[in-house]
Design a protein around this ligand. Structure first.
Ligand SMILES: Cc1cc2nc3c(=O)[nH]c(=O)nc-3n(C[C@H](O)[C@H](O)[C@H](O)COP(=O)(O)O)c2cc1C
Length: 187
């Protein structure tokens, strides 16, 4: 029987709206997590807008966010696509987390995913997001990509991901993230 400790994943939705497809995508991820990996989520709503004058000390919600990122073995980020990029809420959170001391994103394994009502399922948003994440030192999972287009058809009225193909990509991506986390984490 395997005896290694489970990896702890932290899920972050870049959408603040209650009925968000991206938050629903994280709920689907929680159902599909592979053995050996857990998933908790962090709500970005309480984070203030980044202000370089307000870093010493960090606001309470920011300190909590940074601590949760630091404690996680891996991150799972679900981004909406706003005007061909990731959401401002997500960029704001990354800016807060990117600051010294003990920058918690550095070396962190991360999988990105996203749902949008457009045809391309956050393709452009995820490309921008990966550019930003690479700058702050995360180790992004390459593939499988999770791009849920036409989200209003992929999710039902209760916010459950019913689309079988999307569930398959999500399951495969989570399994790959678990392996990636084991591979790049210090022993
Ligand atoms: C300001 C704004 C810009 C948007 N731009 C895009 C876009 O560039 N591409 C796209 O596929 N959808 C776009 N959408 C539609 C979003 O995909 C849709 O609102 C989606 O539900 C947002 O994610 P959420 O459900 O997690 O909140 C945009 C929506 C908003 C509000």
């Amino acid at each position: 029987m395997p005896t290694s400790d489970p990896s702890h994943g932290l899920g972050i939705s870049g959408s603040l709206r209650k009925a968000s497809y991206n938050t629903a995508l994280l709920r689907a991820a929680a159902e599909l997590m592979p053995a050996g990996m857990t998933l908790e989520t962090f709500d970005l709503l309480p984070l203030p807008m980044f202000n370089q004058d307000a870093e010493k000390p960090f606001p309470e919600a920011v300190a909590e966010f940074r601590a949760r990122v630091a404690q996680a073995d891996a991150l799972l980020i679900a981004t909406p696509e706003y005007n061909s990029s990731a959401s401002g809420a997500l960029k704001n959170a990354i800016d807060w987390a990117s600051r010294s001391p003990q920058q918690p994103l550095n070396g962190k394994p991360v999988a990105t995913m996203g749902a949008s009502t457009g045809n391309f399922g956050t393709l452009r948003a995820q490309l921008h997001l990966r550019q930003i994440l690479t700058h702050v030192g995360v180790l992004p999972l390459g593939k499988p990509e999770v791009l849920v287009g036409r989200a209003e058809q992929a999710f039902d009225a209760e916010g459950r991901l019913g689309d079988a193909a999307a569930r398959g990509f999500l399951r495969d991506s989570l399994a790959a993230l678990a392996k990636w986390t084991q591979r790049v984490s210090p022993a």
